[in-house]
Design a protein around this ligand. Structure first.
Ligand code: RB5
Length: 155
Protein backbone atom coordinates (compact mmCIF):
# COMPACT_ATOMS: atom_id res chain seq x y z
CA UNK A 1 0.00 0.00 0.00
CA UNK A 2 0.99 3.59 -0.47
CA UNK A 3 0.54 5.31 2.89
CA UNK A 4 0.96 9.00 3.58
CA UNK A 5 2.16 9.87 7.08
CA UNK A 6 1.93 13.33 8.59
CA UNK A 7 2.77 14.78 11.97
CA UNK A 8 3.55 17.95 13.86
CA UNK A 9 6.45 18.75 16.20
CA UNK A 10 4.85 16.78 19.06
CA UNK A 11 5.16 13.53 17.14
CA UNK A 12 8.48 13.50 15.29
CA UNK A 13 9.96 10.58 17.17
CA UNK A 14 6.82 8.41 17.01
CA UNK A 15 6.40 9.24 13.32
CA UNK A 16 9.93 8.00 12.62
CA UNK A 17 9.24 4.72 14.44
CA UNK A 18 5.92 4.14 12.68
CA UNK A 19 7.30 5.11 9.29
CA UNK A 20 10.10 2.57 9.66
CA UNK A 21 7.63 -0.06 10.88
CA UNK A 22 5.36 0.48 7.88
CA UNK A 23 8.33 0.23 5.53
CA UNK A 24 9.42 -3.01 7.20
CA UNK A 25 5.91 -4.33 6.53
CA UNK A 26 6.51 -3.61 2.85
CA UNK A 27 4.45 -0.46 2.43
CA UNK A 28 5.48 2.59 0.46
CA UNK A 29 5.43 5.50 2.89
CA UNK A 30 5.22 9.14 1.85
CA UNK A 31 6.40 11.28 4.74
CA UNK A 32 4.97 14.78 4.53
CA UNK A 33 5.24 15.58 8.24
CA UNK A 34 7.85 17.64 9.99
CA UNK A 35 11.12 15.90 10.88
CA UNK A 36 12.29 18.56 13.33
CA UNK A 37 11.29 19.70 16.80
CA UNK A 38 10.49 23.32 15.96
CA UNK A 39 6.88 24.24 16.62
CA UNK A 40 4.61 24.05 13.61
CA UNK A 41 0.91 23.96 12.87
CA UNK A 42 -0.80 20.57 12.66
CA UNK A 43 -3.63 21.80 10.36
CA UNK A 44 -1.13 22.36 7.55
CA UNK A 45 0.03 18.75 7.71
CA UNK A 46 -3.41 17.29 8.25
CA UNK A 47 -4.80 19.09 5.24
CA UNK A 48 -1.91 18.17 2.97
CA UNK A 49 -2.05 14.49 3.84
CA UNK A 50 -5.83 14.46 3.53
CA UNK A 51 -5.68 16.02 0.07
CA UNK A 52 -3.33 13.26 -1.05
CA UNK A 53 -5.74 10.57 0.13
CA UNK A 54 -8.78 12.37 -1.30
CA UNK A 55 -6.99 12.68 -4.66
CA UNK A 56 -6.03 8.98 -4.69
CA UNK A 57 -2.33 9.81 -4.42
CA UNK A 58 -2.16 7.60 -1.33
CA UNK A 59 -4.29 4.60 -0.37
CA UNK A 60 -4.69 5.77 3.20
CA UNK A 61 -3.03 7.97 5.78
CA UNK A 62 -1.59 7.98 9.27
CA UNK A 63 -1.81 11.23 11.23
CA UNK A 64 0.06 11.90 14.46
CA UNK A 65 0.08 14.97 16.67
CA UNK A 66 0.09 15.37 20.45
CA UNK A 67 -3.35 13.82 20.88
CA UNK A 68 -4.23 12.86 17.31
CA UNK A 69 -7.27 15.07 17.62
CA UNK A 70 -6.22 18.39 16.09
CA UNK A 71 -4.61 16.86 13.00
CA UNK A 72 -7.64 14.58 12.45
CA UNK A 73 -10.08 17.48 12.76
CA UNK A 74 -8.09 19.33 10.10
CA UNK A 75 -8.00 16.29 7.81
CA UNK A 76 -11.74 15.74 8.19
CA UNK A 77 -12.41 19.16 6.65
CA UNK A 78 -11.31 17.76 3.31
CA UNK A 79 -14.17 16.27 1.30
CA UNK A 80 -14.11 12.50 1.23
CA UNK A 81 -11.89 12.11 4.26
CA UNK A 82 -12.89 9.96 7.20
CA UNK A 83 -10.07 10.30 9.71
CA UNK A 84 -10.53 8.52 13.02
CA UNK A 85 -8.58 8.93 16.24
CA UNK A 86 -7.69 5.54 17.72
CA UNK A 87 -5.95 4.90 21.02
CA UNK A 88 -6.21 1.13 20.90
CA UNK A 89 -6.50 -1.61 18.26
CA UNK A 90 -10.17 -2.50 18.63
CA UNK A 91 -11.22 0.99 17.61
CA UNK A 92 -8.67 0.93 14.80
CA UNK A 93 -10.22 -2.28 13.41
CA UNK A 94 -13.77 -1.01 13.76
CA UNK A 95 -13.17 2.36 12.10
CA UNK A 96 -12.14 0.42 9.00
CA UNK A 97 -14.84 -2.26 9.22
CA UNK A 98 -17.73 0.10 9.96
CA UNK A 99 -16.70 3.62 8.93
CA UNK A 100 -14.32 2.83 6.08
CA UNK A 101 -11.92 5.33 7.64
CA UNK A 102 -9.32 6.31 5.09
CA UNK A 103 -7.03 7.88 7.67
CA UNK A 104 -6.22 6.97 11.24
CA UNK A 105 -4.82 9.28 13.85
CA UNK A 106 -3.26 8.85 17.24
CA UNK A 107 -1.44 10.95 19.79
CA UNK A 108 2.24 10.81 20.56
CA UNK A 109 1.37 12.08 24.04
CA UNK A 110 -1.26 9.37 24.44
CA UNK A 111 0.12 6.11 23.04
CA UNK A 112 3.57 4.55 23.07
CA UNK A 113 5.41 2.99 20.17
CA UNK A 114 4.14 -0.55 20.68
CA UNK A 115 0.54 0.58 21.09
CA UNK A 116 0.86 2.68 17.95
CA UNK A 117 2.17 -0.33 16.01
CA UNK A 118 -0.76 -2.46 17.17
CA UNK A 119 -3.19 0.31 16.15
CA UNK A 120 -1.64 0.49 12.69
CA UNK A 121 -1.69 -3.32 12.36
CA UNK A 122 -5.35 -3.56 13.36
CA UNK A 123 -6.35 -0.84 10.90
CA UNK A 124 -4.35 -2.20 7.96
CA UNK A 125 -5.47 -5.80 8.53
CA UNK A 126 -9.17 -4.87 8.62
CA UNK A 127 -11.59 -4.70 5.68
CA UNK A 128 -14.62 -2.49 5.24
CA UNK A 129 -17.73 -4.63 5.78
CA UNK A 130 -20.01 -2.71 3.43
CA UNK A 131 -23.74 -3.46 3.57
CA UNK A 132 -25.54 -1.37 6.19
CA UNK A 133 -22.25 0.31 7.00
CA UNK A 134 -21.91 1.49 3.41
CA UNK A 135 -25.34 3.10 3.67
CA UNK A 136 -24.25 5.00 6.77
CA UNK A 137 -20.97 6.08 5.21
CA UNK A 138 -22.97 7.35 2.23
CA UNK A 139 -25.07 9.41 4.66
CA UNK A 140 -21.86 11.04 5.91
CA UNK A 141 -21.08 11.97 2.32
CA UNK A 142 -24.51 13.54 2.02
CA UNK A 143 -23.74 15.76 5.01
CA UNK A 144 -20.60 16.93 3.21
CA UNK A 145 -22.62 17.70 0.11
CA UNK A 146 -25.14 19.74 2.12
CA UNK A 147 -22.30 21.67 3.74
CA UNK A 148 -20.85 22.53 0.35
CA UNK A 149 -24.23 23.90 -0.65
CA UNK A 150 -24.39 25.97 2.54
CA UNK A 151 -24.65 29.69 1.82
CA UNK A 152 -25.47 29.13 -1.84
CA UNK A 153 -28.99 30.21 -2.63
CA UNK A 154 -31.00 27.75 -4.68
CA UNK A 155 -33.77 30.27 -5.29
C1 RB5 B 1 0.87 20.82 19.95
O1 RB5 B 1 1.34 21.31 21.14
C2 RB5 B 1 -0.46 20.12 20.16
O2 RB5 B 1 -1.45 21.04 20.43
C3 RB5 B 1 -0.83 19.27 18.96
O3 RB5 B 1 0.18 18.36 18.73
C4 RB5 B 1 -2.08 18.45 19.07
O4 RB5 B 1 -2.11 17.70 20.25
C5 RB5 B 1 -3.34 19.15 18.84
O5 RB5 B 1 -4.42 18.55 18.78
Amino acid sequence: MKIVIANDHAAVSLKMEIMQYLQELGHEVVNIGTDVAERCNYPDFGERAARMVAAGEADCGVLICGTGVGISIAANKVKGIRAAVCSEPTTARLVKEHNNANMIAFGARIVGVEAAKSIVDAYLDAEFLGGRHAERVALIGEIEDRERGCGQSEM
